[in-house]
Design a protein around this ligand. Structure first.
Ligand SMILES: [Zn+2]
Length: 289
């Protein structure tokens, strides 16, 4: 679940605590992000962030190299505010006006963040009572040029949640149930000895029958999965339609709003600041799903 009640006036304080907590203190650079070399020296600072120089390749880097905002000319503060507005699910137009950035920049930032969040958000395994449901949305070509067809496919979204505090929600197939893909994307993550709790779908019910060795003493519903259609529709409504090619990214973002763990935008910023979260602007929008 994401805490939305963050006071804008407290932002500065948050930024400082974030920078202090994450960049200055906790993170030790282990190796050069460019060549992997183990030896480096301190090499001045930029915008208050320590830089290093690798002794092997002689390139300079910092803790934020390859973070989401690497190579961005805009201040980190703007990114942080942008993440906050994104959590409030404000429109791109609103974000652009508020932060005085172009609509194009707002679009790319949103997709960089969605991409960064997607990197690790998919659970590796589902165990215990694994609740599975599906919902169907109509294909959406928003923002695509040169669409000549009037045909729109049905996109099947599968939602699965086991005992862990994570959730799998992904566009799985077009138009009809595909058992092979279900096995690959969902079933392969279900651990032995777990129990499938199916909701309102004959295919999922059939798989549950095959899989479940014993019956569950009492079936507890999980509304996050049980009402997946309503939950998705409600959550998506501020976006006024999402292009199908970005659906997977948006759904991983949606998952963050459905966890038990409370996280706020400072956690998200910290998460996005480290590791290989970076995606080049030119790679956004090329993925064809
Ligand atoms: Zn190096």
């Amino acid at each position: 679940m994401i805490q939305k009640s963050v006071n804008l006036n407290e932002l500065k304080e948050h930024i400082n605590s974030f920078l202090e907590k994450e960049i200055y203190k906790n993170k030790n650079i282990e190796c050069c992000p460019i060549c992997g070399g183990k030896k480096h020296i301190k090499y001045g600072s930029y915008k208050g962030i320590q830089r290093y120089k690798c002794k092997k390749c002689e390139r300079t880097f910092s803790n934020t190299t390859n973070s989401l905002w690497s190579y961005s000319k805009k201040d980190l503060n703007k990114w942080i505010k942008f993440v906050e507005l994104m959590i409030k699910r404000k429109s791109l137009r609103f974000c652009a006006a508020k932060l005085k950035i172009s609509l194009g920049t707002a679009f790319y930032w949103r997709h960089k963040i969605l991409h960064g969040l997607k990197v690790d958000s998919i659970p590796n395994k589902l165990e215990g009572a694994v609740h599975i449901n599906k919902t169907i949305v109509v294909e959406n070509f928003k923002g695509c040029r040169n669409i000549t067809t009037t045909k729109r496919s049905n996109i099947w979204i599968i939602a699965a949640k086991g005992d862990e505090d994570s959730m799998l929600v992904l566009p799985a197939f077009k138009d009809c149930w595909m058992r092979g893909i279900f096995y690959e994307k969902v079933y392969s993550k279900i651990q032995k000895g777990s129990y499938i709790v199916p909701y309102n779908d004959r295919y999922i019910t059939a798989i549950a029958k095959e899989h479940n060795k014993k019956s569950l003493k009492e079936r507890k519903e999980d509304d996050r999965v049980g009402y997946i259609m309503m939950n998705i529709m409600r959550w998506f409504s501020p976006y006024k339609g999402i292009a199908t090619k970005y659906l997977e990214e948006y759904l991983s973002f949606f998952v963050l709003f459905n966890l038990d763990k409370m996280i706020d935008y400072v956690d998200i910023i910290s998460y996005l600041s480290f590791g290989e979260k970076f995606i080049r602007t030119k790679d956004i929008g090329l993925k064809n799903k």
